[in-house]
Design a protein around this ligand. Structure first.
Ligand code: NI
Length: 165
């Protein structure tokens, strides 16, 4: 009887791959804005019952803190993952200009028919920031949005769910 011997050894092809450090840079910005929670399809009393004082359409204000995490390899020449000058410009255009000292319900078209909850806000910021960062080959990896010292949301982007349209 002949037994074939299996060769379990593997050879590794030589490549030009090298390890590089990946660093996450977190930038925190603050903006002050007003908002209110009011669903037009509900009556005044239903809105008050559901949202309490937040249903007052004259609005109320918050000092929001947004923490933006950008991750990636460091530029070997500068030691930077992201040039903070570029990031500052993007944050000015996408967040501050649209939201600082604004009434979110009235001044930001996206929130014309959406409640400006922390959840909706963080998803909106992700879309806006991702659109601005991608052309610079920068990876947005997390957002944290504080409404005050006791309440915040974290967001890491969308996931694919099978069977959902
Ligand atoms: Ni509020």
């Amino acid at each position: 009887m002949t037994v074939a011997l299996q060769d379990n050894t593997h050879t590794t092809a030589k490549t030009n791959v090298a390890l590089t450090p990946v660093v996450s840079v977190v930038k925190k910005i603050r903006f002050s804005a007003a908002h209110y929670y009011y669903l037009p399809q509900l009556s005044e009393s239903e809105n008050k019952a559901r949202f309490g004082l937040c249903a007052n359409t004259h609005g109320h204000g918050h000092n929001y803190d947004l923490c933006i995490t950008v991750s990636g390899p460091m530029d070997p020449q500068t030691g930077m993952v992201v040039n903070l000058k570029d990031l500052k410009h993007i944050l000015e255009e996408t967040v501050m200009r649209q939201f600082h000292f604004k009434n979110i319900n009235l001044d930001v078209p996206y929130f014309k028919d959406k409640l400006p909850t922390l959840e909706h806000l963080v998803v909106y910021f992700w879309q806006e920031l991702n659109n601005a960062l991608t052309p610079l080959s920068l990876q947005l990896s997390a957002l944290r949005l504080y409404e005050d010292d006791t309440l915040f949301v974290d967001y890491w982007g969308e996931i694919m769910i099978e069977g959902q349209q």
